[in-house]
Design a protein. Structure first.
Length: 120
């Protein structure tokens, strides 16, 4: 089953983990949306530079450090994802508490590892 995923903090730079994650998610046939500061395209995924309220997002995978996440708290909550993945370096106890209040699951994990081990 594919999971519609939003990559928050997407980058056009091929060496960045968010970019690798987009490519790997598509390799596993997941539907992917992406938001970043610079627009463009990775694989067949358009990186949006404006916050769009996507429907039926299963997973938000974060590639923003905790300080940069603050402005996206309301946006993430409004998407009502089933879960939020905090990739290494993005762990954020403040956002954990907020997600708990809205009954949104979260995990500190690596999207790339979850995909490689078929735990995604």
């Amino acid at each position: 089953m594919t999971k519609k995923t939003l990559v928050l903090g997407a980058s056009l730079k091929p060496e960045r983990y968010s970019n690798i994650a987009i490519n790997r998610l598509r390799k596993y046939n997941h539907s992917v949306k992406a938001f970043g500061l610079r627009g463009g395209e990775v694989n067949d995924v358009i990186i949006d530079t404006e916050l769009i309220h996507y429907d039926a997002i299963d997973t938000v995978t974060l590639y923003l450090n905790p300080q940069r996440q603050k402005v996206y708290y309301d946006y993430i909550i409004a998407l009502k994802p089933n879960r939020v993945i905090f990739n290494p370096g993005t762990e954020n106890s403040e956002l954990y508490k907020l997600l708990d209040e809205y009954n949104i699951e979260y995990e500190a994990a690596c999207t790339l590892v979850l995909l490689a081990t078929r735990q995604y």
